[in-house]
Ligand binder design. Structure first.
Ligand SMILES: C[S@@+](CC[C@H](N)C(=O)[O-])C[C@H]1O[C@@H](n2cnc3c(N)ncnc32)[C@H](O)[C@@H]1O
Length: 174
């Protein structure tokens, strides 16, 4: 992915810094993959990072980096193995995309993020537009979250022929 110029983690991390200052507050990296977000968040000064992923192979690769306080299996679309309000902020880079997590996985990210905490995530072209807007609005009408920020649209793999249009959003819980 890095060879394709993979941009999601940089855009998600940059937007997180606008809403959750670095420090010791617990941050959840949903769909950790090989731990690129962990590397960036640690470099920026976030010191307590937790992660989960559907793939044990990915978790094993992330664990080798010794960046995360805890890594565990978890599947967006099902109940996650975390308590309500566990995290001050949650990030998900490159996870809500074709062949990966369903948008209904956002419900669980809302549950495990504290009221007043932020969820910052990328949405890829498969969901961008009406599909994502319907999900975001349903959660907003239910009083679960409120949109506070959005990036411009960008290509998440600029060093490739395919244009994977994406956008990063920030919502505050509660
Ligand atoms: C493109 S990678 C992104 C990894 C990492 N966030 C990054 O930006 O480098 C997508 C990751 O989402 C994970 N994934 C896919 N579907 C998932 C789901 N339903 N629940 C949790 N993780 C999922 C995959 O195993 C993979 O590690």
């Amino acid at each position: 992915m890095r060879g394709l110029g993979y941009t999601h983690p940089a855009v998600v991390a940059a937007m997180l810094t606008r809403h959750q200052p670095p420090g010791g507050a617990p941050v959840l990296d949903a769909g950790t993959g090989t731990g690129i977000m962990g590397e960036i968040l640690k470099a920026l000064g976030y010191s307590r990072i937790f992660g989960f992923d559907a793939s044990q192979g990915m978790l094993d690769r992330a664990a080798e980096k010794n960046l995360y306080n805890d890594l565990r299996p978890g599947l967006l679309g099902e109940r996650l193995d975390f308590d309500d309000d566990d995290f001050a902020a949650t990030v998900a880079a490159g996870v809500f995309t074709q062949g990966h997590a369903p948008l209904d996985g956002l419900d669980e990210l809302v549950r495990v993020t504290r009221p007043g905490g932020h969820i910052v995530f990328s949405i890829s072209r498969t969901y961008l537009g009406d599909i994502f807007e319907a999900k975001a609005q349903a959660l907003e009408l239910a009083g679960k979250w409120r949109r506070v920020d959005a990036s411009n649209r960008y290509d998440s793999t600029p060093i490739s022929d395919d244009v994977l249009t994406s956008q990063v959003f920030a919502f505050v819980v509660g």
